[in-house]
Design a protein around this ligand. Structure first.
Ligand SMILES: [Zn+2]
Length: 429
């Protein structure tokens, strides 16, 4: 099933999807450059290639550093089996954490685009903002609760396999006690501890971490204003990011290169994410009630499919437009850009018809004029401009720069507007 949106019971949205075959660059539910891992419970899962880096780090740290210290007597095969098994289970835990966000969001009526695993863990891409503080609270809190549940399961499992004796040994005998653990108990103990850390880290009140979203839902509930709540939660998030960076610098100065860099990187990421989340909310709020028809360019210059490329160049220069819709009998046949023209030797301009170079309409994304600009913005992350149709008739063209200009006029002080597509609709970690 590649169309989660239609399944969510919103068939009217189908008209807004690309005409013709789906783009080869972007499958629904998968971000560009990520590896699709199938659809689970109706939620498309994918992994960014950067996951391999963190997988290698986790498995490598266990296989080369931690396990050889705890269990010097283990064979290399046992050590690596436990290291790889633990790393896989760690990613399964992260996936379960994200699944819990997505499943609750869907149960509360929100549209879930999919889950992507990446270098800092995972993100659930959930469209739009939660409709109420209660939904926001439930969707946010369930993730850390899931991690806590896995932590408890791992630690209980480990203690059933003999790790319970660890609680009774003194610190100097801890190494010896750890060495006595079986591979299974070691793996579960590690997994449980990691999930405990994951649950605690996610509850840090830095928006857009889960804890920050919980904080925002409470502020929203208390103030009745999503905007105020997001602004405050975002400031706390930026503050937490700065604290992490400062901590990382402190650790770095003490000589721990990797530990310091890692904290700085996460702090920087959090700080940026907090800022971006607030901006994104303002942008989607501003575009929510505006239709494509209001922002589009009406009656754009067009060209006939049989006109020559030479004619097109003259027209493009006169109207200062880099992309010209190709129209015949009022119907959109395609779109031709100056970039496409540049690939043709100049000597052939006057003998080549536009039809031969254009991108045919069937391969073009397009939007109806009544579509909210917020939705069109997502398509504009992939295309510089979108033909606006009424039936098959071309009524206008929506250019990315027009939307950005409108935003900079309506959101003063927020400039520059975000480059569309650099951040998913609404990500939660
Ligand atoms: Zn989460």
């Amino acid at each position: 099933m590649d169309d989660s949106r239609a399944r969510a019971g919103a068939p009217e949205n189908q008209a807004w999807q690309r005409a013709g075959s789906p783009s080869p660059r972007r499958r629904r539910g998968a971000l560009e450059g990520s590896l699709p891992l199938g659809t689970w419970w109706g939620i498309p899962i994918s992994a960014a290639w950067s996951v391999l880096i963190i997988f290698g780090l986790v498995a490598g740290q266990l296989g080369m550093v931690a396990l050889p210290i705890w269990h010097p007597e283990w064979s290399a095969a046992t050590t690596w089996m436990v290291a790889l098994g633990a790393a896989v289970l760690f990613f399964v835990s992260i996936l379960l954490h994200e699944m819990s966000h997505s499943v609750v969001a869907r149960a509360r009526g929100m549209k879930v685009e999919g889950i992507t695993l990446f270098v800092f863990g995972g993100v659930s891409r959930i469209e739009g903002e939660a409709p109420s503080p209660k939904t926001e609270f439930l969707v946010a809190i369930v993730g850390p609760l899931m991690s806590l549940l896995i932590a408890v399961a791992g630690l209980v499992g480990a203690s059933l396999l003999g790790a319970n004796e660890l609680a009774n040994v003194s610190e100097e005998n801890l190494g010896e006690a750890l060495a006595s653990l079986s591979p299974g108990a070691t793996m579960l103990l590690w997994l449980g501890t990691m999930n405990l850390v994951l649950a605690m880290f996610n509850m840090v009140p830095g928006f857009p971490l889960d804890g920050g979203r919980v904080l925002r839902s409470l502020l929203w509930w208390m103030t009745g204003s999503l905007d105020k709540a997001t602004r405050w939660a975002s400031r706390v998030g930026q503050g937490v990011g700065f604290l992490l960076i400062a901590w990382g610098v402190g650790v770095l100065l003490q000589g721990a290169l990797l530990g310091g860099m890692w904290r700085i990187l996460i702090g920087w990421f959090l700080n940026n994410a907090a800022k971006a989340s607030y901006r994104q909310m303002r942008v989607s709020q501003a575009l929510h009630d505006v239709s494509v028809a209001r922002l589009m360019q009406r009656e754009p210059p067009t060209i006939a499919p049989d006109a020559t490329v030479g004619d097109l160049v003259q027209l493009a220069l006169r109207v200062e437009q880099r992309a010209i819709p190709v129209v015949e009998d009022h119907e959109l046949r395609g779109l031709i850009t100056l970039e496409q023209v540049q690939r043709l030797p100049e000597g052939q301009w006057d003998t080549t018809p536009v039809r031969q170079l254009m991108t045919p309409a069937a391969q073009l994304p397009n939007v109806p004029e009544e579509m909210p600009a917020q939705e069109a913005m997502q398509l504009l992350s992939e295309a510089e401009q979108l033909p606006v149709l009424k039936g098959h008739e071309l009524v206008g063209i929506l250019r990315r720069r027009d939307v950005l200009q409108w935003l900079s006029l309506h959101l003063p002080g927020m400039a520059p507007p975000p480059a569309p597509g650099t951040s998913p609709p609404s990500s939660r970690i």
